[in-house]
Each structure stands twice: as C-alpha cells, then as structure tokens.
Ligand binder design. Structure first.
Ligand code: AMP
Length: 424
C-alpha cells in the first residue's frame, strides 16, 4: 500500500520552493538590517519548558502539543513555538552577559496538533524575532517598523496592524475577575470550551471564534479601561512612536493571543487576502517570562510570522520568481556527448546553472527540453561541430547563433557567468 504524508504535514514541492527562498532571503536581509542575529535551536525540548512558559491552561498546552516519552523516559515536546526555546538557550548560555540588549531571530518548523484546514497545518513554519533586555516602548515600535519594511519589500501593502495592551501582574488580575464576573452572567450562551475556560482562563474566551461566544462578548469589559498608570503610559508611548514613524495601526482590545506569557503590548498583522485564518503575524511583550524560566529578570518582546500564509498571499502574484537555466548542452553522438558531459561540469564549476539530457535524442527533442527549462543559451555539439573543433551557441531569447572554438569555450563560459552576475 502507498504511504502518504501525515495529516496536516505538507511537502513543499520544487516548484513552490523559489517563493519560500525569496521570502526567507528578504526576511534575513531585513532582520539583519535591524540588528538581529540568527540563532538555531532544537526542535525537541523538555515538555516542562512549554507548559511553564505558554501556560497549562492554553489550547496549545492542553491539546495541541506533540508530546512523547523518549527511550530514556523523559517527556519531550516538538516545539509548538520558538520563544520558549530561544529564552532557554539565552539563559543556558548566559547570552545576557555579552550585550545589554540581544536581538535574535530563528526560522523553522513548529508543530501543533490543530484541526488542519486551509492556512492551518500541524507542521508549519515561522519566522521568529525576539528582542531581549529592553522594555523601552521604542523597541515595540521598532519591531512593528521592521515588519512594515519586511512586508513592503515583499510587495505586501494592504495589511492591517492591530494593537492591544494586556496589562501586567498589577492590573490584569483585576481585569480578569471583571471578565469572569461578566461572562458568568452569560455562561449559558458560551460554547462548552468557553464554559470550561471560564474556570481556568476566562481571557481565552476573547479568542473564541464561535458566534454565540462572540455575541456574549459584546459589552464585555475592555482591558484598556483597566490598565495601571505604567501600562497605560507604555501603551501610549508605543502608539506615539508608531505615529512618529508613520506606521498605520488600529487598537483592537480583543487581541488576547493564545499564550499566557504576554504582557503589555500585543499585536497581530492581518491580511484580507487570506480566508478565515487571516493572521500573518502575531506577537507581543513578555516581560517576566525570563525570570519564570529561571533566568535574570529581563524584559522581552517578539513576533512570529506564519510562512505558509505569507507564501500563500504571494503565490500567483506577478513577479513570483522562477528558476531558469543559464546553459543547456545538446549533444549528438557518443563522442560529442562525452565532450558535452565534460563541458557541463566545467560550466557548473564556473558558476553557471547548466543542464543536459543524458537520454540524448534528436536535436529537436533536446531543444524542446532546453526551452522547457527556460535556458538562456543552447550549446550544440554535433558531429559536424566536433570535426571542426567548434561548438554552436544559440541565444534562446533572440535566436542568434555563433560558433565558438572548443579551446575558447571555457573562457566564453566564464564571460557568460560574469554577465549573469552583473545582471544579478
Ligand atoms: P502564534 O505563534 O500562535 O502567535 O502564531 C503566529 C503566526 O503563526 C500566526 O499569525 C500564523 O501566521 C502562524 N500560524 C500559527 N499557527 C499556525 C498553523 N497551525 N498553521 C499555519 N500557520 C500558523
């Protein structure tokens, strides 16, 4: 029987990869311009790292983690998000001793056992960025500025930046009891998950997509009315700095995010090009988390961009990159094929993207193949060429042909490489 991929796990096929590479190259370039350095962390971590940081009563920890006991009896989890692992590494290697503020990024797969649907997978990829050591509201604005630059360079302009503040341990508990009290009166209208959340984590109800729960929330208390003075000043300053940088945003007091560690600023970036799963990016501040994980009490803020969703917005847009070939070598006859095979390797060592078809076939068939691969040049080595010690080179765009002596072929190829590099 044929074995298929696991449900919710996707292959990214060669035809799609060019777009992923473009997204990642632009992301790396922008992140590095804003002072971020890459960190690579393991996919497996001790389960406790996630239950302690994300929160026991969150959807992720309650029902979405890929957790198993390994052969030495330790409970391990495939990372559902990157922040916890980055903080673990930061603390474990005392990176805080190297610089007062660290800006780290990481790109890679995350795993959540969610119900798969368009835009939601069980293995998905995130571009994560974290700033550790700064509580300055300018840092919050700087992260959103980075996102604006990144989305602009990807050609995405019609995105909606939504912002909220979730308060801190001095103002959130009061808000939480108000929410619990308010929702207690609407209990019967809440879905069964939210009735349970009412006991464990009432703020989670703000995240629920069920229509009756959303209706029950109309008139619910709003965190922004309950912020303490420090949190309010911080939030106002974030907004002032965003305005200074000309970054359009709206305040949405219903953004609570699915992870418990958030504090103060939280944000989401939404795209109208996506269906129900319209968030391209989510993030926020998590001052306090580092201390809870046993590290120094340093503040932090970060975001995660969903790569699948970015790629799906960019798919089908004009200018999606296609990979093409610099040179296709067509050979006729055994001796010419052997020579072409040698020049194929020389071309590649000179830096050209070169290909030939070992099945041989007629010149016409090989030209069709060159066309299909989008080759810029076709090099023909037939018996006639070989006897003259020449190769015919055809420019596939304008159809012009030249003959090049075989002993000058290598330097000609080096010249093509030079021209490719100049064209970029
Ligand atoms: P979160 O880590 O839940 O804050 O998510 C950050 C971003 O990751 C979201 O805005 C999505 O773009 C993306 N994302 C989260 N979960 C999934 C999923 N199951 N499948 C695809 N993308 C996801």
């Amino acid at each position: 029987m044929q074995i298929q991929a696991v449900r919710g796990f996707r292959d990214v096929l060669p035809g799609e990869v060019a777009l992923w590479q473009k997204v990642e190259a632009i992301a790396r370039s922008v992140l590095e311009r804003y002072g971020f350095r890459e960190i690579r962390i393991p996919i497996l971590e001790k389960t406790e790292l996630f239950s302690r940081s994300i929160g026991e009563s969150t959807d992720i920890v309650e029902k979405e983690m890929y957790t198993f006991t390994d052969r030495s009896g330790i409970s391990l989890t495939m990372r559902p998000e990157a922040t916890a692992g980055i903080l673990r590494a930061y603390i474990e290697h005392s990176l805080y001793q190297l610089e007062p503020v660290s800006k780290l990024y990481c790109i890679g797969p995350m795993f959540r056992h969610e119900r798969p649907q368009r835009g939601r997978y069980r293995q998905f990829h995130q571009i994560n960025a974290e700033v550790l050591g700064s509580s300055d509201p300018r840092t919050d604005a700087e992260l959103l500025a980075l996102l604006r630059t990144l989305f602009e360079e990807l050609g995405l302009r019609e995105l909606d930046f939504q912002l909220n503040s979730l308060g801190c341990p001095s103002c959130r508990p009061g808000f939480r009891s108000k929410v619990a009290e308010y929702l207690g009166t609407k209990r019967a209208r809440l879905c069964s998950d939210c009735q349970r959340r009412l006991m464990t984590n009432p703020l989670r109800v703000y995240d629920c997509k069920v229509e009756t729960c959303r209706e029950a929330l109309a008139g619910a208390p709003v965190i922004l009315d309950e912020l303490c003075q420090e949190c309010e000043a911080h939030f106002l300053s974030v907004q002032k700095n965003l305005s200074l940088l000309g970054i359009p945003f709206s305040v949405n007091p219903f953004i609570v995010r699915g992870l418990d560690y958030y504090r103060r600023t939280t944000f989401e970036v939404l795209s109208s090009d996506l269906g129900a799963q319209n968030a391209v990016c989510g993030g926020g501040r998590y001052d306090g988390l580092m201390g809870e994980l046993g590290g120094p009490d340093l503040p932090g803020i970060g975001f995660a961009i969903g790569e699948e969703r970015l790629v799906s917005i960019l798919e089908g847009r004009a200018g999606a990159p296609t990979s093409s070939l610099d040179l296709f070598l067509a050979a006729l006859g055994e001796e010419a094929t052997e020579k072409a095979f040698l020049y194929l390797d020389k071309a590649r060592r000179l830096g050209l993207r070169a290909e030939m078809d070992f099945r041989g076939g007629s010149l016409k068939a090989q030209m069709r193949r060159a066309n299909k691969l989008g080759s810029r040049r076709l090099l023909i080595l037939g018996e006639a060429e070989l006897s003259k010690g020449m190769a015919t080179v055809k420019d596939m765009a304008d159809g012009t042909q030249v003959e090049i002596p075989l002993d000058e072929l290598e330097s000609a190829m080096a010249g093509w490489k030079e021209a490719c590099s100049q064209r970029g």
